[in-house]
Design a binder for this molecule. Structure first.
Ligand SMILES: [Zn+2]
Length: 249
């Protein structure tokens, strides 16, 4: 059966006989693995649709075990990413992060649109990439259903001033609940007005609205710590490989 869908390559690995296995985030099938036979791409191994940072259209043939890419065309190439090392490392991290948090086969159209939007911004924006990266990561967590509850205490519903963000409880909690003795204090994070407003902004807007926004360094650092804790506790995601290359601000 042949399926035509657009998508972005998240990862590629080479196997025996120079066969390349792609992990693709597609509109119709979610995240899938697909092989590229030398039969199809023998003469055009370096063809653009199979390069990173490209939004492509793929014809997929479903074989016995995995899909095979029959043909591929470029919809949009984000070649600007390769012109700046920081953009390149940030975009590499974005692809690895997206790959790690998404299970195979889950419908992920909103994630795909957010990813292509992010790559488009990264092909133009060269500075203050940390803020942008954090907004992307929180947006994807929201799409996957992991955005913290921010409107009232997630334990008792109280709308009084929040006393912190509890990763285990999945949102803000009030002073009364914090002092109840049943909260995991190690995974409780202090909050300030900025953090709640930023998370609400991310919640209400799509990636295009993030293109010019930046945070103060201490705010970015705090948001990053909460994010790491969320990823580790709720999704069992830690130690992203490309993180070690990232040292931009
Ligand atoms: Zn409460």
């Amino acid at each position: 059966m042949v399926t035509e869908t657009d998508g972005v390559i998240l990862r590629q690995t080479k196997t025996v006989n120079d066969r390349i296995i792609l992990v693709l985030l597609t509109r119709k099938l979610g995240k899938i693995s697909a092989g590229t036979g030398t039969r199809t791409f023998g003469k055009r191994k370096s063809s653009l649709p199979l390069r990173a940072f490209t939004h492509g259209r793929y014809q997929l043939y479903s074989g016995r075990q995995i899909y095979n890419v029959d043909s591929a065309d470029v919809i949009e190439s984000f070649y600007g990413i390769g012109e700046n090392p920081d953009s390149f490392f940030c975009a590499s991290y974005v692809l690895e992060f997206t790959d790690r948090v998404l299970p195979e086969g889950m419908p992920a159209e909103h994630v795909l649109d957010t990813l292509t939007g992010m790559l488009r911004i990264l092909s133009r924006r060269k500075t203050r990439l940390k803020s942008l990266l954090l907004m992307y990561q929180w947006k994807v967590l929201q799409i996957l259903g992991y955005m913290p509850g921010l409107d009232a205490c997630v334990r008792c519903g109280s709308t009084e001033e929040p006393a912190g963000l509890s990763v285990v409880d999945g949102g803000i909690i009030c002073g009364h609940c914090r002092d109840s003795g049943t909260v995991n204090m190690r995974l409780l994070y202090e909050l300030n007005f900025d953090i709640i407003q930023i998370l609400k902004f991310i919640q209400k807007n799509e990636i295009e609205a993030f293109s010019k926004l930046t945070f103060r360094d201490d705010t970015a650092e705090h948001l990053g710590r909460i994010l790491e804790s969320y990823l580790s506790y709720h999704l069992d995601v830690r130690d992203l490989r490309s993180a070690s290359y990232i040292n931009f601000d």
